[in-house]
Ligand binder design. Structure first.
Ligand code: NAP
Length: 288
């Protein structure tokens, strides 16, 4: 990589930041699109987030990704926020504009592109969403936006599922989103669902677990999408396949949220060939 006086800097604000795949993703994008850009990890202390964002702007940083624990807190330090990011109350991408950074949530557009690339339809689908954390809220929003016919949110802590369901129903003036306690999965109407797994259960190193262990549950799913990508095949995916469904991991969601951020920073469109190459490189990195 040739660093010169024209090299632009992008990066990730997260704490911890050490295990991120984003530098591989964005530096490969820069290499393959021929844009003179370097992407680096930044690890501000929680109490220094404001000065980190202001400092990055003063240093002419082109754009930033934002991850745990800063996705909500960072909104205070922005000059503008895109509507969908404002609706869900979380920002994962900062784009340099006149006077400060503007916030976006590319997890939403990234998952939409990931579903498209895997051939997973949202419109008219009945969805089971497992989990009610930050990722689940963005996904519930996308499902409502794209016309899912029902979204059941199941969570260990029922109250968190209820809050998300209420907020999304209010946002879209509808009543399609229904909260349930996780152990109440047996109360789901017998039907064929797209299941989206957003809890941290099953993620490396706890690879021997799925958030629901009952094989009967998996007979409800025609398709499973686990937003976890380590391991490449989670227990949730394995159980779905054993019950006859299709299953995908979350690496494409991560890939496309990055591609959308990169396109915003550089006002460019990344071709599919480059996207496929970046995906391969991310897979290689995970195998290391
Ligand atoms: P979060 O806000 O901390 O939410 C965690 C969720 O997992 C909550 O619903 C929590 O339930 C549930 N949970 C945790 N331990 C559990 C257990 N033992 N049994 C049942 N439920 C349990 O996290 P997040 O930001 O939404 O992220 C969730 C996962 O998605 C992480 O593994 C993250 O790495 C992954 N992720 C992937 C992508 C991608 O691009 N592929 C993007 C974002 C996140 P309670 O409410 O009951 O605590």
């Amino acid at each position: 990589m040739d660093i010169s006086g024209r090299t632009r800097v992008c990066g990730l604000l997260a704490n911890p930041v050490e295990h991120t795949l984003s530098p591989v993703l964005h530096n490969t994008l820069a290499e393959k699109t021929g844009i003179n850009l370097v992407y680096v990890p930044f690890k501000p202390e929680v109490e220094n987030l404001g000065t980190a964002v202001e400092g990055a702007y003063s240093l002419n940083v082109l754009g930033l990704n934002v991850s745990i624990p800063f996705k909500q807190e960072v909104m205070k330090y922005l000059v503008d926020i895109d509507k969908s990011a404002k609706d869900i109350g979380a920002v994962n991408t900062l784009v340099r504009t006149e006077g400060g950074f503007k916030g976006y949530n590319t997890d939403i557009s990234g998952l939409k592109k990931a579903f498209l690339s895997e051939g997973i339809q949202i419109k008219g689908q009945k969805i089971i969403l497992l989990g009610a954390g930050g990722a689940a809220k963005a996904i519930a929003y996308l499902m409502a936006l794209e016309g899912a016919s029902k979204v059941y949110i199941l969570n260990r802590t029922y109250g968190r599922a209820a809050v998300i369901a209420k907020e999304i129903n209010e946002c879209f003036a509808m009543d399609h989103v229904i909260p349930l306690a996780l152990e109440d999965y047996r109360k789901l109407p017998k039907d064929s669902y797209l299941g989206i797994q957003t809890t941290s259960v099953g993620m490396h190193p706890n690879v021997e677990h799925a958030v629901v262990e009952d094989p009967e549950f998996y007979k409800l799913l025609h398709t499973a999408y686990d937003i976890i990508y380590t391991p490449a095949e989670t227990k949730f995916m394995k159980y779905t396949k054993e019950a006859g469904g299709r299953a995908y991991n979350g690496l494409k969601m991560l890939l496309y949220q990055g591609v959308v951020a990169y396109e915003l920073w550089n006002q460019t469109q990344v071709g599919q060939e480059v996207v496929d190459l970046v995906y391969k490189r991310m897979e290689q990195e995970l195998r290391k």
